[in-house]
Design a protein around this ligand. Structure first.
Ligand code: ZN
Ligand code: FE
Length: 256
């Protein structure tokens, strides 16, 4: 199998869209479709023909352009089932555990509820890539709007279990704010300190900090490190459950 190609682009105030292309079959997937014209510009730039749209969750910044983009390209819309606005145009509903043929590969659907109850992430083991929507961000995780902290921790645990060399495409450029917060939770983590410096440098040059490697997140993202002894000591939670430590970190971020 030839390696897939990926094209990431910014839209809205801080969203990222991605196109994924299989050079053998020509199939091309858009991850989310918050803004039809930004996606169409990316298709023009790459010269790829859209065949799939994979929605992560119903929020408008991920779904607003989906009908227009599908109508313009003939792509099939895959996504979660539900009764919210963003669900109305989904042609093929998916749930956690589903497997979907895409080009010469298989997409594994991972349900990661918490930010929203319908959240789906898309993992391709051969391509070592996962699209984490608003569940896992570079140095952060999504705000918990519809689920609870235990549910979100359970969801993040599914991503923690993926191979560490998986590339993580998430949907927002929130990394500088996440870095500032992470340093308050894990101030003595040398890998985090170094990563925060590189984030500041990249952002000063207007460069994206997404995607990242799961190995980087495991070493530096406090939301994945609830088990870490230094973080637990810092929070005075040495004997708490991982889920409770995660909940404390999430609630501190909400008030940061
Ligand atoms: Zn969202
Ligand atoms: Fe979002």
């Amino acid at each position: 199998m030839k390696p897939f190609r990926f094209h990431q682009f910014a839209y809205g105030s801080d969203n990222y869209g991605v196109l994924m292309h299989d050079p053998e079959t020509g199939q091309t997937a858009a991850i989310d479709a918050g803004d039809a014209s930004a996606y169409q510009a990316a298709l023009v730039e790459t010269g790829w023909q859209l065949s799939h749209i994979l929605l992560t969750h119903h929020h408008w910044d991920h779904t607003d352009g989906v009908k227009e983009l599908a109508d313009a390209t003939g792509a099939t819309i895959y996504g979660p089932k539900g009764d919210k606005d963003g669900h109305a145009h989904v042609a093929k509903t998916l749930q956690g555990g589903d497997r979907l043929d895409f080009g010469a590969a298989t997409i594994e659907v991972i349900a990661t509820p918490g930010h929203t109850l319908d959240m789906l992430n898309y993992y391709l083991s051969e391509q070592k890539v996962c699209f984490t929507g608003d569940t896992l961000f570079s140095l952060g995780c999504g705000r918990i709007f519809e689920g609870d902290a235990a549910m979100m921790w359970d969801s993040l645990s599914k991503l923690i279990a993926l191979p560490a060399d998986t590339t993580i495409y998430s949907s927002h450029e929130y990394t500088q704010a996440n870095a500032n917060f992470a340093l308050t939770i894990d101030p003595d983590n040398a890998a985090l300190i170094a990563r925060c410096a590189s984030v500041t440098e990249k952002r000063a040059k207007g460069q994206p900090t997404v995607p990242s490697l799961l190995s980087e997140e495991l070493a530096t993202n406090p939301f994945l490190r609830a088990y870490d002894a230094a973080i637990r000591a810092h929070l005075n939670m040495a004997d708490a459950s991982d889920s409770d430590v995660f909940a404390e970190i999430r609630s501190r971020k909400d008030n940061f």
